[in-house]
Design a protein around this ligand. Structure first.
Ligand code: ADP
Length: 466
């Protein structure tokens, strides 16, 4: 019983067998009952017909009991006039062992043909009469027939009919069960095929074949399961690629500064180069680059683990922007880029970790300055976006971001132009860290650009403090 297919098959079979057998049993019982009713009705109708003929012929019930007992009339039926002229009192007929199944009473309810508890001449109570079938001749009620006792025993022909119908029913049940078996097999196969594919997909994934996709045909629960699996599998493959790429990127980013440092240190040790303040400064720059990279990686891994601690306090958005402006005034002036702040008045405070949000804004501003030529401008703004949301923007008139790069700009180690790789302290982690920090604050960050050479705009939305 370890296979789902077998369980399903057994379940289908049990249900169809139960239905078939129950159905056959019900049909069998009802057929027998209806058949018995039919024979009884037929017999009653025959009795009524004979009684009607007799009454029409003789004009009364006199002699009917004897006529029935003997199977023929006492008087020639062709002479009803005679009978009417010489009326006779009703003659009781011997009724040893329930001669008749039907009792006949005349229009006054007096028993003519007796049965069971009622004797000839006895007047039937109204409620018994009400259950009988009236005999009407020319619209006039001349008597009542009452069925008493059990139905008639079946005749040989009737028994044969019932037997043959029972046989047909048995074969029909067999055919129904056979059809049910075939349908169950087909259904079971249809239901378990996608599950088998899914489990093969799971095994393949478990063995390292990430990104394995299964065919989704249906929209039902199994189809949804397959879709979820495909999504999970694709995500796993993407994450695995990212992980691999990230390891390669880290190794690559560590190698360049280490190569520079190792080269200088070796040359100085071997006496090839003399230690000079410039050379030592180069080494220090590379060490700082490495420190920044390691710090960025640590921040990201803390954010990933949800362990980046935030100390939120209420801060005024424009105060934050002024702080960033002050910090980057010098680099901006050096690059001849205008750094301006446009803060809407009366913007409510935000409840954030000021150091972290400063880090985010500083990263955006430093990127903007870096990608803007002399004479350009970088603008920071803050405003009320909706009733309880504050929006920051950092826009520049710089190089812009190609549309195809926009969706990946927040990915780790993603750089738009790889040729600038490694220059000016770029690690490709700044925006990834910014996104993590903003999302940890329950906010959102988006990048927009009208294309190369047309500037970029970064938008951050955060909830206002309560
Ligand atoms: P990096 O440390 O390399 O700047 P980021 O994650 O901060 O890494 O940015 C990712 C990429 O986005 C950068 O390579 C850069 O090309 C691009 N980028 C970021 N900000 C801007 C901007 N204001 N204008 C143009 N390109 C930008």
């Amino acid at each position: 019983m370890r296979s789902l297919a077998l369980k399903l098959l057994l379940a289908f079979l049990t249900v169809s067998l139960t239905v078939a057998v129950l159905g056959a049993a019900i049909i069998h019982v009802t057929t027998q009952r209806q058949f018995a009713d039919l024979t009884l009705n037929n017999a009653r109708q025959t009795f009524i017909d004979r009684a009607t003929i007799y009454y029409r012929a003789t004009g009364s019930w006199r002699g009917f009991a004897r006529f029935l007992a003997q199977g023929q009339p006492q008087q020639p039926l062709q002479q009803p006039g005679n009978l009417q002229r010489t009326p006779r009192p009703p003659q009781p007929i011997p009724n040893p062992d329930r001669a008749y199944l039907f009792l006949l009473a005349d229009q006054d309810g007096r028993v003519i043909v007796p049965a069971e508890a009622y004797q000839v001449g006895e007047v039937l109570p109204q409620d018994v009469l009400a259950e009988g079938t009236p005999i009407e001749i020319d619209g006039e009620n001349v008597g009542t027939v009452i069925t008493t006792g059990d139905p008639l025993p079946l005749a040989q022909r009737e028994i044969q009919f019932l037997q043959s119908s029972r046989r047909s029913l048995f074969y029909a049940t067999l055919v129904a069960v056979a059809v049910a078996l075939i349908l169950s097999l087909l259904l079971t196969r249809g239901l378990t095929r996608p599950l088998r594919k899914l489990s093969a997909g799971m095994r393949a994934t478990a063995q390292g074949e990430l990104g394995h996709q299964v065919e989704v045909r249906s929209q039902d629960e199994i189809g949804q399961l397959a879709q979820a699996f495909n999504q999970m599998s694709a995500d796993l493959a993407r994450l695995n690629d990212q992980r691999r790429q990230m390891t390669a990127d880290i190794a690559h980013d560590l190698r360049s500064p280490l190569t520079v440092i190792a080269g200088y240190v070796e040359s100085m040790r071997d006496g090839v180069l003399a230690p000079s303040p410039e050379r030592l400064e180069t080494i220090q720059d590379e060490v700082q680059h490495l420190q920044r990279l390691v710090e960025d990686l640590r921040t990201l891994s803390l954010a990933d683990a949800g362990e980046l601690s935030l100390q939120p306090v209420n801060v005024a958005p424009d105060a934050l922007l002024k702080q960033v402006q002050a910090a980057y005034r010098h680099p901006a002036e050096k690059k001849e880029v205008t750094l301006q702040v446009e803060a809407e008045p009366d913007v409510p405070d935000i409840s954030v970790d000021p150091d972290r949000i400063f880090q985010v804004l500083a990263n955006l501003v430093s990127n903007a300055i870096r990608h803007t030529r002399a004479g350009g401008a970088v603008t920071m703004s803050s405003k009320l976006y909706t009733a309880n949301k504050i929006q920051f923007t950092v826009s520049d008139t710089g190089s812009g971001i190609p549309a195809e790069d926009l969706p990946r700009i927040f990915d780790r180690f993603y750089r738009v132009d790889d040729s600038r790789h490694g220059g000016e302290g770029e690690s490709g982690l700044g925006l990834a860290i910014a996104k993590s920090i903003v999302e940890m604050h329950g906010g959102s960050i988006r990048a927009a650009s009208d294309g190369p050479g047309r500037g970029s705009k970064f938008t951050i939305r955060l909830d206002a403090a309560e």
